[in-house]
Design a protein around this ligand. Sequence first.
Ligand code: FES
Ligand SMILES: [Fe+2]
Length: 473
Amino acid sequence: MAADKRSVFWIFVSVVCVVVVSAAVTEKLLHVPMFEVGSIWFRLTHLADDLNGNLFSRLSDISLLCATVYLASVIGGFFLLREAYRLFFVPLNRVRLQEDVGYLPDGRFSNRDLANMVQKRRMVGEIPPVYPNGWFGLIESHRLNKSEAINIGLLGLNLAVFRDDNGEAHAIDAYCPHMGANLAAGGRVVGDCLECPFHGWQFRGADGKCTKIPYTDSIPDIAKVKSWPVTELNGWIYLWHHAEGLDPTWKIPEIEEIQNGEWKFRGRSEHHINAHIEEIPENGADVYHLGQVHGPIMMAGIDLRFMYSKLWEFAKHEWTACWEALPAPNAHIGQIKLTHSIKMFGKRLPPVDLSVDGQQIGPGIVYLKFDNLLGKGAFLQSLTPEGPMMQRLVHNIYVHWKMPIIIAKFFMLGEALQVERDIMIWNNKCYEAKPLFVKSKEDTLIARHRRWYQQFYSENSPRFKFQKETLEW
Ligand code: FES
Ligand SMILES: [Fe+2]
C-alpha cells in the first residue's frame, strides 16, 4: 500500500516537472506560448518527412528538435536522478517468495509447482515439533503504523496485529467470538481497542476483553479474544509463544545503538523457505558448510550447480567460525564468533573484512553485530514459522549513521545472496532425525546445537505427522 502511494507520488512529481520544464522551455527559450505546444507536437510528428528536404532552411524545426532533445534529457535526467537517489539513499528491500529461490528449474513445471512437489517428495520420517517456544518476530516496527491493523498468520495462529491510538502494539486472535469475522479484515482501531468490522464489537488489545457492544450494555464475561504477549524493541514487534501457555521465561536483549538511534535501518531482505524451522539456526553451528556453500565469491551467484565455475576462482570468501551455548541464566542463547574476508588474486580486501559477534536468542532471533573498517552495525535475523514446514526469514541491517547507505546496502545484499545459497539446500533437503555424524569437531558442534535446541520444545509443542503421499496419477 505504502509502495503504491509512493509510486503515485513520484508519477505526480514527474508530470509536474515535465509540465513546468516544458512551459519554461517553450515560453522563455523558444518564445512559444504554452497554448501552441499542441501544434509543436503535431509539427514534430511530420518532421521526419521533411528530413530529406530543406531541414537547414527550417530553423523552427531545428528549434523543435532541440526542444525535444531538451525535454527528453530532462525526463531522462529526472528518472536517472530518481534511480540514483534510490540507490544511494533508500534502504534495500529484497523480497523473495517461496517459489522465487532455491529450486532446480524444470521446463515442464512452474517454480510454484516445483515447490509443492519438493514438499510432497519429502513427506517421510520423523521431525521435531514444528512450533518451538520463544519470542518470534511478528513484524518490523516501521511496517505497522499508528491506528493500523493487519492480519498475520504464524505458528498456527491467525492474528489481528494492531497499533493502538497511543502507538502501542498488540496481537489478538483474529476471529471475533460473536460470529467469526476477521477483526483485521476491515477492523478499525478505536483508542486501545480493535473494532470488529461486522457488528462493531470492540476488543481491548492489552487483555482481549470486549469493552463495547453497540446494541447492548450487557457484555458477557466470555466475550473476549486471546491477547498474546508482545514486546517492541530493536525495530521489531515480537510475540511470545509457548505451547504450555507459560509467560515469557526470558527477555530479548536490547541493542543499545538501535534503541538510541546511533545505528540506522539501511535495508531488509525477506525470504520464505520450505523447511523445518530447526534447519535454519543449525546453520550457525555448521562451520564446515561456510567454506563449501559460502566460499565462492558472491558474483558467482546463488545456484549451487554453477557457482563453482572456474571463471570466479580468482576471488573467494573466507570464513572462520565457532559456536557455543551460554550457561544459565542465558542458556537460551547460543554465541557465534565469525570472521569474514574476501581474497582476490590471493590478496585480502580489508574494506569488506567483518568481525562478527553473534547471538542466537531462542529459536527465532539472531543478532550479528559486526565491526568493519567503515564502521559498526548489526544484522538482525528474525525466523518465524508461517506453517509447519514454511519459514519466513527476515534480515535487517542497522549501521552507524555515518556509514554510507550504499555500503550498508552492499553488505545487506551480500548477506541475502549468501542466504539464498542456503535456501537451495534447505528447500530440497529433509530433516535428518538420525544424522550420520562422523568423529570430528565439525559434526560434534552440530550435535551440540541439536541438544541445545531441544530446550525450545515442550510436551505440548505441536507435532506434524506427514502423510505419505504419492505423485502417481
Ligand atoms: S462478528 Fe464481530 S461483531 Fe459480529
Ligand atoms: Fe549458511
